[in-house]
Design a protein around this ligand. Structure first.
Ligand code: FES
Length: 105
């Protein structure tokens, strides 16, 4: 699966998403500045990304934990915010643009 990733400087790069990886792991392994300090357990929010709205609809709803954490972010966007560690289904995201959210202060 190939996705298009836009970093915090606005630079876009095409990235391969390997089977068995979460979106967070894919971003981290491709040297994007994803801290992922909780290791992918939906408790730090440093893996916050924005997805194309069209793709968030196909992914299904966020878990309660994911939603609560995102809502605490000053950059939360109800339409397109996701915790990338909670996005593991890569097939529906082929061709999607993933934008790394700004860091919270
Ligand atoms: Fe911590 Fe996703 S890596 S919430």
């Amino acid at each position: 699966t190939t996705i298009n990733v836009v970093d915090r400087e606005g630079t876009a790069r095409s990235v391969d998403w390997e089977p068995g990886q979460s979106l967070m792991e894919t971003l981290r392994d491709n040297d994007f500045p994803i801290l992922a300090s909780c290791g992918g357990t939906a408790s730090c929010a440093t893996c916050h990304v924005f997805l194309d709205k069209a793709f968030t609809d196909t992914l299904g709803p966020r878990s309660t934990d994911e939603l609560e954490l995102l809502e605490e972010s000053e950059h939360y966007n109800p339409d397109c915010s996701r915790l990338s560690c909670q996005v593991e289904d890569r097939e529906p995201l082929h061709g999607a643009t993933v934008t790394i959210a700004p860091e919270d202060d």
